[in-house]
Design a binder for this molecule. Structure first.
Ligand SMILES: Nc1nc2c(c(=O)[nH]1)N[C@H]1C(S)=C(S)[C@@H](COP(=O)(O)OP(=O)(O)OC[C@H]3O[C@@H](n4cnc5c(=O)[nH]c(N)nc54)[C@H](O)[C@@H]3O)O[C@H]1N2
Ligand SMILES: Nc1nc2c(c(=O)[nH]1)N[C@H]1C(S)=C(S)[C@@H](COP(=O)(O)OP(=O)(O)OC[C@H]3O[C@@H](n4cnc5c(=O)[nH]c(N)nc54)[C@H](O)[C@@H]3O)O[C@H]1N2
Ligand code: SF4
Ligand SMILES: [Mo]
Length: 767
């Protein structure tokens, strides 16, 4: 694929591989503790200075403070910790946003995009906050300062020159507030398209599809309080110690109340073994809390056979004793139980066990825990969603919960643990490429225009459309599209084919360098910053992973006086494109966010009383939480028969999962360590089973290249150190985004089109 790329402006689409000096240690046996606090403060102080760091951290995730710009983990409903309600990675996320370093006009005079493109993504991110609107003119290789007025004028003019509104793509990443996202979606649909790819398409789309089809709502059904009350929590394909660290406090609370934890993962992730709560003095001196009771070390993408083998064994017990399944629930609330059970009974248990790679003894232990349990919660993240059968992975989890009657009860249900801090809110308020009929009717009633109704492109569809020249303008509200998406060179070519690319961003990133003919960077306020209009402070709202909407009010002086808020930017784009006399009062709404919330309340159900309740926070209605499946066929939750995946691996092939290190937030690289896995000062590593290393004549720290081949196209990622690791044979792990070049654009999950980032077939070639 690399060969096919025309190098526009001669920029590096991926950073040239540079090795940074690796050091290995044994992986950690516990997460957080004192080293977590130390690292958090180091990052915050280095970027922000000590006073600013301490003052700001104390406001994060507090009532009347601002929402952490990291992940979507919820805050407690009641009292918040006085020691600070954040984790190590929340502090890093804040430090990254609140850094005192600046990317200003002089920076862009000094460095051409060609030069910046030779830097690593880590170096690019560390350059600092964007301060001015900038333009990269046709044929030029340095960004130049531009006024906001001119920037909006270019956007409006170029959008209006398109042959059809469907030639424009509007991406969203999940950090935007509800207010910004609603206004953005409204503008896009008033302009006339639903081309709204979203970071969700690469993330929890499989969860949304599976849960909508089986339980009638594309979100999880539990609250934080439920997690403390469960009998059993299963953590499947998720690494909370790194990606949702405060989840460990919830799991610790569950354990202290006598609950059990079953972990399903190819890696024994540190956070799931033992946790030393940084908030508890006693934990400093003791060994902390053992979290996982049973660890099932599944092979990559073999969760379906593993879950089936557990359900098979539970069903044997049910047949012997009759007390395992919740027959009343199954009878009154579900459909297709018979076909599901018939299929389960036809499975070959030994084959399932062999295929998933888990020791039968361990499966029996898990079955022993699940058999008497009623309140079961299954938590999951990217380990389940980013596979060809991502949707079925989740449907199989739902099957288990339905058999046990665990949905719609206190302490039981589904828990897809969401990624970006407001990714769920963005979708709730209208960032969807399949428009909702009722909301569309409401938009027409409230605003008096007919919104676009045709389905738009998702992420993969958008990239293909730009690559093929069917779309010509790419606008992104946040995110870093090129390294985040699959098939990096293909995606880069797609963007470079565009007439205009526009990034609304807080920080410089590689997507700014992979520009269309003309490119604009529009710098915006971060979550932690004060947002003023005519001297009055404004606040925004976000929705956490468990469906609670609440206010977020920044506390810091903005990185530059020239920044605009996201709603202001969107409103100005709308006015410039749709004209001053448009039926929607764009600027008035942007000036006063309560007007936006008022309209959301009129258009989207569940937001009634939005302005009144925003400060205290409120839960959106959730049919699965209350056991109401009336929207589904026959008014019942749906059992589904899911197939066992078959990868057809050749002798010399491995299955690769592309995962996050402890020092990154997606494409933002905080540092070069992966402390819990014992890797320091290097990201170009491939985790491999020692037996596979021996078989392939590889020693620790040897260099290899990775090659994936799909449909006759070879893709290569060069220069990775081999790191011996406790990972199933035949499986590999490496960090994203370095390995995104290997993920083929046209291979994605059935039903959700999420790229197969967690099961890429690769060959390993020794250097
Ligand atoms: N600090 C930090 N926090 C983050 C992020 C970040 O980058 N950094 N990203 C945010 C975002 S957007 C998201 S979506 C979430 C992501 O959160 P996670 O999903 O936890 O992130 P990944 O690193 O992709 O890890 C996936 C986990 O699944 C396991 N896994 C991979 N394949 C399989 C499989 O086939 N089966 C099973 N059972 N397990 C598997 C991996 O070993 C790994 O432990 O985190 C959010 N929070
Ligand atoms: N191979 C592989 N690929 C993956 C994944 C994987 O596991 N493996 N995970 C996927 C997942 S789960 C996701 S969610 C995507 C993430 O994809 P994206 O959401 O597109 O990527 P991020 O790295 O989160 O975006 C970081 C950029 O967002 C901007 N930003 C930060 N805060 C703000 C803000 O408040 N406002 C605005 N306007 N901009 C802001 C900054 O400029 C920063 O450079 O990547 C996906 N890609
Ligand atoms: S768990 Fe997530 S939301 Fe909470 S402080 Fe850490 S990064 Fe922020
Ligand atoms: Mo995500």
């Amino acid at each position: 694929m690399d060969k096919e790329v025309k190098k526009e402006r001669n920029v590096h689409v991926v950073a040239p591989p540079k090795l940074t000096g690796i050091r290995l240690e044994d992986p950690s046996v516990y997460a957080a503790g004192i080293s977590g606090v130390k690292v958090a403060l180091e990052h915050a102080i280095e970027e922000m200075g000590a006073v600013r760091a301490f003052q700001t951290l104390m406001k994060m995730n507090q009532k009347n403070g601002f929402d952490c710009p990291g992940c979507a983990w919820p805050d407690p409903d009641d009292k918040r910790s006085v020691l600070g309600e954040y984790c190590e990675n929340g502090a890093k996320a804040l430090a990254e946003e609140a850094t005192l370093k600046k990317v200003d006009e002089d920076f862009f005079k000094k460095y051409s995009i060609q030069e910046i493109s030779t830097w690593s993504d880590y170096q690019i991110g560390k350059s600092g906050r964007l301060t001015h609107p900038m333009i990269l003119k046709e044929g030029k290789t340095n960004y130049e300062k531009i006024s906001w007025e001119e920037a909006f004028q270019i956007i409006g003019q170029q959008l209006n020159e398109l042959n059809s509104p469907n030639e424009a793509i509007f991406y969203t990443s999940g950090r935007s507030s509800n207010e910004a996202a609603f206004l953005y979606a409204l503008f896009i649909r008033a302009f006339g398209t639903n081309n709204m790819p979203d970071c969700s398409n690469m993330c929890h789309e499989s969860s949304g599809v599976a849960l909508s089809q089986t339980l009638g709502i594309g979100k999880g059904s539990v609250t934080l309080d439920d997690l403390h009350k469960a009998d059993v929590v299963m953590v499947v394909g998720q690494n909370p110690g790194t990606n949702h660290p405060r989840m460990l406090s919830a799991l610790q609370k569950l354990k202290n109340k006598g609950g059990k934890i079953i972990t399903i993962n190819p890696l024994a992730e540190a956070g799931l073994k033992r946790f030393k709560n940084p908030q508890k003095i006693k934990d400093y001196f003791s060994g902390g809390t053992d979290l996982t009771d049973v660890f099932l070390q599944v092979k990559i993408n073999q969760d379906v056979p593993l879950l089936k083998s557990m359900m098979y064994k539970l069903h044997q017990l049910e047949k012997e004793n009759g007390n395992i399944w919740d027959k009343d629930f199954i009878q009154s609330k579900t459909a297709h139980y018979e076909s599901f059970i018939q299929n389960l009974e036809q499975q070959n248990l030994q084959k399932l066990i062999e295929q998933c790679g888990v020791d039968e003894k361990d499966i029996n232990e898990a079955v022993k825990i699940l058999a008497p349990a009623k309140k079961i919660i299954i938590c999951w993240a990217m380990g389940l969603t980013q596979h060809k059968n991502g949707v079925e992975n989740i449907k199989e989890c739902v099957n288990l919960l339905l058999l046990k009657g665990s949905v719609g009860i206190e302490g039981g249900g589904t828990c897809p643990v969401r990624g970006h801090s407001n990714v769920q809110g963005d979708r709730s308020v209208g960032i969807v490429h399949h428009p909702n009929q009722q909301s569309s009717k409401n938009i027409e009633r409230v605003f008096g225009f007919k919104p676009a109704m045709e389905n738009g492109y998702d992420t993969v569809g958008s990239i293909q459309a730009m690559y093929e020249g069917k779309a010509k303008i790419f606008i992104s509200l946040g995110g870093n599209f090129v390294p985040a998406a699959s098939d990096t060179y293909y995606t880069a070519q797609a963007l470079q084919n565009c007439e205009l690319t526009v990034s609304i961003s807080t920080k410089l990133n590689r997507t700014h360098l992979i520009a269309g003919k003309t490119s604009l960077i529009l710098p915006t306020l971060g979550r932690s910053e004060k947002d003023h209009f005519e001297g009055k402070e404004r606040f925004v709202t976000v929705e956490n992973s468990m469906g609670k909407v609440h206010a977020s009010q920044g506390k810091l002086k903005p990185a530059s006086p020239h920044l605009m808020s996201e709603p202001d930017i969107v409103a100005n784009m709308a006015v410039s494109t749709l004209g001053k006399g448009h039926v929607v009062p764009w600027l008035e709404m942007a000036n006063d966010y309560s007007l936006i919330r008022g309209k959301i309340a009129e258009i989207i159900s569940g937001f009634e009383g939005y302005n009144k309740n925003a400060k205290d926070g409120f839960y959106l209605p959730n049919n699965a939480r209350v056991g109401d499946f009336s929207k589904l066929p026959d008014g019942k939750a749906q059992f589904t028969v899911c197939k066992v995946p078959d990868h057809q691996i050749k002798e010399n092939e491995f299955i690769l999962m592309t995962i996050r290190s402890h020092d990154q937030f997606n494409t933002t690289i905080y540092g070069l360590h992966d402390r819990y896995r014992g890797v320091f000062n290097e990201r170009r590593v491939i985790f491999m089973n020692p037996k596979d290393m021996k078989k392939n004549n590889l020693s620790s720290l040897d260099f290899i290249d990775l090659i994936s081949e799909y449909d006759g196209v070879k893709r290569t990622a060069e220069y990775f150190h081999v790191v011996p690791y406790d990972i199933p044979q035949g499986n590999l792990a490496a960090y994203f985004p370095e390995t995104n070049v290997l993920v083929p654009i046209n291979h994605f999950a059935d039903g959700s089109r999420t790229p197969i980032s967690k099961s890429v077939k690769v060959q390993v070639v020794k250097k």
